[in-house]
Design a protein around this ligand. Sequence first.
Ligand code: MN
Length: 251
Amino acid sequence: MSTRPLIGITARTEPGPGHLPLYGIQQTYSHAIRRAGGLPVLLPPLFASGEAAEMVGRLDGLLLSGGGDIAAEQYGGEESAALELVDRERDRSELALVDAALRSGTPLLAICRGIQVLNVALGGTLYADILSQLPGALPHRPAAGQSDEASAHRVEVFPDSRLATILGVGELTVNSFHHQAARQVGEALQVTARAPDGVIEGLEHRTHPFCVGVQWHPEYEVGNCPGMERLFEALVRAAVAVGPQQADVRG
Ligand code: MN
C-alpha cells in the first residue's frame, strides 16, 4: 500500500478545442512532486470556501502554481492596464484553498503567482507591475525575444528561515518570470529572500507547520539547478509528517 502523500496542485483555465476551455498546468509541477515522492493531483480553479476546506481536508499537501495576475481588488489595489491574465474565479478558489490550508495546518508550497496569493490571503498587498511601480528595479522577466536566462538574478536567502535550511545556501541565482511581487507583507509572514533590488523573493509563515513561498520557479529547474528539488522534497516530508487537518494555527 502506498504511503505517498497526496499533493494538490492548483490548475488554471486555458482555451480548449471547440470552444470548450480546459483546466491544466505545466507538467513540470507534477513531475517535481512525483520525483520528490508525492502523488500529484490537479485541482481545478472552482472551489468556494466550503468546498476548498473539504478538498484540503483530503490532501496531505498543497502546491500553489504560477500563472496570471491577481485581480487588484483582492488586495485593495487599483485597476491597472498593466494587469495580465486576470482570472477572478481562480483567485477566489486559490484564496479559499490557502485559507483552508492555513487553518488546518496543511503543508503548503507557493510558487510565483502562488507566493502572491499567499501574501494576499494574509492581508498583504502587491506591486501590480514592478516595472512601472518600482523605478530602478531589475528586470524580473525576460523582454520579448530574450532568452529565459536574461532575467535570472541573484537572491539573498535570510539565515533564520526554513527556506535557508531547505536550500542550504545564503545566496543563489534564480530564474525570474514575474512582473508582480509582494509589497506590504501579510500578517504572520516573514520575508525569507530578496533580490538585490529589494524585491521580495521568499515568504514563509511564522507558525504554520510548513508554509513556504518563493517568487521564482523551482519546478522549472529540477534536475538542472542543484537544490531546487529540495523544496519539493521538503513539502512532501512535511506532508507525511503533518497529515491532513492536524492543527489550527490560525485561531
Ligand atoms: Mn525575480
